[in-house]
Design a protein around this ligand. Structure first.
Ligand code: SAH
Length: 189
């Protein structure tokens, strides 16, 4: 199978861009899977800033990092990603967002269009030229369609000289499969 499912494709994009020593953002730590993946990519001298608004998510991310012996490479932040500028001062090479709710947890705690866009704006500002933001857009849950629509309206309006915006999605799958929006920064604003 040459065409990749959405998650392996998001990881491939991150792998291509992130170099040892980079600072990166996991905007939705969730179960910690991506935080660990990023911590491996940034190496000993790099750093991951991982955000989540739920204590359970921060705890399971901390456990996953400890199991992998990578806890020194990440800072876990119990706050909304829209406040990223208050925590991250360095240049960022890449960021990932897994939108929606955390499976197995409270389905009412979901990412929302306005704060997601605020976080993207702040990260774009700190992103290095050639850096990327990967959004994995889950939209089958209540509120998901609204978030997807606001996001699509927002990214379509980004000037192409500033950011390249691509989407990667299955066009013939049932039940609102997640899809990817990838942003690559082309120049300073
Ligand atoms: N839908 C994905 C998982 C998404 S997890 C899947 O099925 O794999 C999304 C995470 O974002 C949750 O853990 C939730 O607590 C977190 N979250 C919600 N709003 C947030 C915000 N403003 N800032 C940071 N994290 C947020």
């Amino acid at each position: 199978m040459i065409l990749k499912r959405v998650l392996p494709f998001s990881q491939e994009l991150l792998t291509r861009v992130i170099e040892p020593g980079n600072s990166v953002v996991d905007a939705t730590a969730g179960n910690g899977h991506d935080t660990v993946f990023l911590a491996e990519l940034v190496g000993e001298k790099g750093h991951v800033y991982a955000f989540d608004v739920q204590v359970e998510a921060i705890q399971s991310t901390a456990e996953k990092l400890q199991q992998a012996n990578l806890e020194t490479r990440a800072t876990l932040i119990l706050d909304g990603h829209e406040n990223v500028a208050s925590y991250v001062e360095t240049e960022i090479a890449a960021a990932i967002f897994n939108l929606g709710y955390l499976p197995g947890s409270n389905q009412e705690i979901v990412t929302k269009g306005a704060s997601t866009i605020q976080a993207i704006e702040a990260i774009l500002h700190k992103l290095k030229i050639g850096g990327i933001i990967v959004l994995v857009v889950y939209h089958g849950h209540p509120g998901g369609e609204d978030e997807k629509n606001s996001l699509m309206d927002y990214v379509r309006e980004l000037p192409q000289s500033y950011v390249h915006v691509l989407s990667y999605q299955f066009l013939n799958q049932q039940n609102n499969p997640p899809f990817i929006i990838a942003l690559e920064k082309m120049k300073a604003k």
